[in-house]
Design a protein around this ligand. Structure first.
Ligand SMILES: Cc1cc2nc3c(=O)[nH]c(=O)nc-3n(C[C@H](O)[C@H](O)[C@H](O)COP(=O)(O)OP(=O)(O)OC[C@H]3O[C@@H](n4cnc5c(N)ncnc54)[C@H](O)[C@@H]3O)c2cc1C
Ligand code: SF4
Length: 516
């Protein structure tokens, strides 16, 4: 049996930072990732190529995005070497002050000041750059900012993209020549189906690439299903099995320490199972404090074919619409129209039965304009998706139900909602600007279930085992040398896209570990 100092489960933001920084400290590191190892040209040309876009192993679809359906939330997340960075929209905002001063971690440290240098490192490592160009979708957002008297609150986004000369290959521009070659972004809008142009700074182009140079091993297409503490208490045995082939070849590997970095869906699901078997001393807080950014995703389709809303990076601009909320414009590249098959007209209301009535009425009243929207030649080219987010808190919890199924539950306080009046109001104004019609993912009006790309929490920080699953340095209460470093550690609502914060907190967590 092989032996490592640290095994890292999952290769997203938390896992990749852990891999590089632990390797730099002299530790022997193995990263285990259940998804595939994609090279630029392997990514699908459009999201109609479901086999390469979606992760659904039962159908032999080994793509980069997973959709998970729960009673109270629909979640999209990334899979593959690089985790969510493969499919994400590259946007890296720093949260507002409330993030550091609320939630279960608020009294554990002066987070805003402690994290400042780590945010700077994270921005540098991910190659964050101000998006240099605005296109039709962003210009319409700028117009909206003027309409609501918030012109000063409109800005280009900070994104993890290499903007050299479009389509021109250059030697590593980020790490003094130690990183991989990069190609200038051509603003094709395809970041969320995987960048085929080698311009997006995914984690396999920075943290993981450098970790490998220092000897870290990366094992793709293997899923960890058990972690057992050794009898001598000198470490753990990690059990894994192949995740992509029909025959699930199994293996076990020893490590002195384990970092759980499977993202909320990977880490919390695995740990809820292990709490009932191999790791029973984990805090009862496991699965609590699940948060989203209180998002609302509304697609607006231009009906006159005069706009090209697919050009630009996936999220090119941002508008702070009030002190608690902001709006970003998202896009897919021309030809990526799969989402229209899952969308229904956007109607304003909390109650599904009333929504169904309103949708039927809108079909009957104006069948032609609705048909026009579904039949536009290139849905991605004609559609901008408005991503609305709020810092206001709302919570759910994850549990294993009596049948052992991983499921969501309502927690105390507010739950995430599908219909947010402020988002509806802004979408209406945006639709007017681009002569468009709004649609949303069907489960929102039909079942009142909101969707999120930013699932967070479930293994939050606390003063002790009764208040959290991990301490302020990400160590799991009740065990030695077990850490949780991914979106599950996020202990309050950042109110903005979370990857930069996950990266910064991961940097801090590993900085607390001594050199070997
Ligand atoms: C379409 C989309 C767009 C997004 N856009 C943005 C954006 O613009 N900005 C932003 O900040 N965030 C964005 N996000 C969110 C961002 O991707 C996530 O917040 C982030 O990736 C979470 O990082 P993580 O470290 O928690 O783990 P992840 O990045 O989710 O990685 C976890 C990895 O662990 C693997 N894994 C899980 N369980 C196991 C197991 N048992 N064994 C082996 N491997 C396992 C998974 O396959 C996955 O690759 C977006 C997400 C999506 C889906
Ligand atoms: S816009 Fe196109 S080229 Fe630029 S990073 Fe995104 S996918 Fe790559």
């Amino acid at each position: 049996m092989k032996e490592y100092d640290y095994i890292i489960i999952g290769s997203g933001f938390g896992g990749s930072v852990s891999a590089l920084r632990l390797a730099e400290k002299g530790y022997k590191v193995l990263v285990i990732e259940k998804g595939r190892w994609y090279k630029s040209k392997d990514f699908p040309k459009s999201n109609w190529n479901l086999k390469k876009w979606l992760w659904f192993p039962k159908l032999k679809w080994h793509g980069i995005m997973k959709m998970s359906f729960f009673r109270h939330i629909t979640i999209i997340s990334g899979v593959g070497v690089g985790g969510g960075s493969l499919v994400y929209a590259n946007t890296l905002p720093i949260p507002k002050k409330a993030f550091y001063k609320t939630g279960s971690w608020k009294s554990l440290a002066d987070w805003e000041n402690e994290l400042k240098p780590h945010y700077q490192t994270a921005l540098k490592m991910l190659g964050a750059t101000k998006n240099p160009k605005l296109f039709d979708g962003d210009l319409a957002l700028e117009k909206l900012s003027k309409e609501i008297n918030r012109e000063k609150d409109f800005d280009k986004t900070n994104v993890a993209v290499f903007f050299g000369e479009p389509d021109v290959k250059v030697a590593d521009p980020y790490f003094n020549g130690k990183g991989p070659e990069r190609v200038g972004c051509n603003f094709c809008g395809g970041c969320m189906t995987g960048c085929r142009n080698n311009s997006k700074n995914t984690l396999d182009k920075n943290y993981l690439f450098l970790a490998q140079q220092l000897g870290a091993d990366i094992l793709a297409e293997n899923e960890v299903y058990d972690v057992i503490e050794n009898k001598q208490k000198d470490g753990y045995t990690v059990y894994l099995k192949n995740s992509t082939s029909f025959f699930k070849k199994k293996m076990k590997i020893k490590a002195k320490g384990v970092v759980f970095s499977g993202g909320v869906l990977g880490t919390i699901k695995l740990l809820l199972k292990l709490k009932k078997s191999s790791l029973p001393h984990i805090s009862n807080q496991l699965g609590m404090d699940i948060r989203t950014n209180n998002e609302s995703l509304i697609s607006v389709t231009n009906l006159d074919g005069k706009k090209d809303l697919s050009k630009g990076v996936a999220i090119g601009s941002i508008l702070h619409t009030d002190k608690d909320s902001h709006l970003e414009i998202c896009r897919y590249s021309s030809g990526s129209g799969f989402w229209k098959t899952t969308h229904l007209p956007y109607v304003s209301g909390k109650f599904p039965i009333i929504n169904i009535f309103k949708i039927t009425v809108s079909f009957l009243r104006n069948p032609l304009s609705l048909l026009k929207m579904y039949l536009v030649k290139d849905w991605a080219k004609s559609t901008a998706t408005l991503l609305f987010m709020q810092t206001l808190d709302s919570k759910l919890k994850f549990k294993k139900n009596i049948l052992g199924v991983f499921s969501s539950r309502i927690a105390e306080g507010k739950k995430p909602r599908a219909y947010i009046p402020r988002a509806a109001e802004l979408a209406k104004k945006y639709a007017k600007i681009i002569n468009g019609k709004a649609t949303v993912f069907a489960l929102e009006p039909l079942a009142g279930i909101p969707s999120t790309a930013h699932i967070l929490g479930g293994a939050v920080m606390g003063e002790n085992i009764n208040e959290g699953v991990i301490d302020k340095n990400n160590l799991v209460f009740g065990y030695d040398n077990l850490l949780i470093i991914d979106g599950s550690m996020i202990s309050s609502n950042p109110g903005v896209n979370p990857s930069l914060s996950i990266t910064a907190i991961a940097e801090r967590a590993i900085s607390k570990i001594k050199n070997k």
